[in-house]
Design a protein around this ligand. Structure first.
Ligand code: G3H
Length: 252
């Protein structure tokens, strides 16, 4: 039985003050969350503050990215060792905003996935197609290719110790959520693809859905057989909305 995971990706949002307020709000409602594991992924600079504020809770903290390198002359990079040092347990890799805005390739993403694991972080590997790729009928080819880059570098077993997030790019921040059936179709494709290589990995890996998830639509998405929680952007910046999503698995 896979425990659902609801992870908030705050992206480049927040300030010392607003994060205090957000976390106070989340902490006040955590007692209502019965089933899901909860995680938040703040901007790098706020991670120590967030780890400290959540130290009396079971909420995990992750980073939004991680360097593919360990240390040295890599200006602007943040290493997995540093993220572990300040209390992270997860690292998002290959978010579509990294892929599309900053040109990060499948191979580069795979190296970041490897680095996260090497330094003791659980990668949350994001995959997903652009609107034009969906319309061209290439969703499975794109998602399959993104997964293959990681499998080729790290091996199939590594995915059993990671989290996958399926995020159709056309649903991110657009208010246009994939329907539960559309999401389930791709989640099932991912799980079946992994099952073809290692049934144990496919059974174990949590596959999150991301893209305009809100308290109002989370329960129907999370009720699908292969959707094991969500990676939440905008709605994770509002305590009430985020808690509404975190408690959605309790209603299944
Ligand atoms: O990482 C989170 C996703 O990009 C989803 O963002 P969103 O919930 O604002 O659509």
């Amino acid at each position: 039985m896979r425990q659902p995971l609801v992870a908030g990706n705050w992206k480049m949002n927040g300030s010392l003050d607003s994060i205090n307020t957000l976390l106070e709000g989340i902490k006040a409602g955590l007692g209502e969350v019965k089933t899901a594991e909860v995680a938040v992924c703040p901007p790098f600079v706020y991670i120590p503050q967030v780890v400290q504020m959540l130290s009396d809770t079971a909420v995990s903290v992750g980073s939004q990215d991680v360097s593919d390198e360990e240390s040295g002359a890599f200006t602007g990079e943040v290493a997995g060792t540093m993220l572990r040092d300040v209390g992270c347990t997860y690292a998002i890799v290959g978010h579509s905003e990294r892929r599309s805005i900053y040109g990060e390739s499948d191979e580069f993403t795979a190296r970041k996935f490897a680095a996260a694991r090497r330094f003791g972080l659980t990668p949350i590997l994001c995959v997903g197609e652009l609107l034009e790729e969906r319309e061209a009928g290439t969703t499975e080819a794109v998602v399959g290719r993104q997964l293959d880059a990681v499998i080729e570098l790290e091996g199939i077993a590594a995915l059993g110790e990671a989290v996958i997030a399926y995020e159709p790019v056309w649903a991110i921040g657009t208010g246009r959520t994939a329907s539960p059936e559309q999401a389930q179709e791709v989640h099932a494709f991912i799980r079946n693809k992994l099952a073809g290589l290692d049934a144990g990995v496919a059974d174990k890996v949590r596959i999150l859905y991301g893209g305009s998830v809100k308290a109002a639509n989370a329960a129907e998405l999370f009720a699908m057989a292969d959707i094991d929680g969500g990676l939440i952007g905008g709605a994770s910046l509002q305590a009430g909305e985020f808690l509404g999503i975190c408690t959605a698995p309790d209603k299944a």
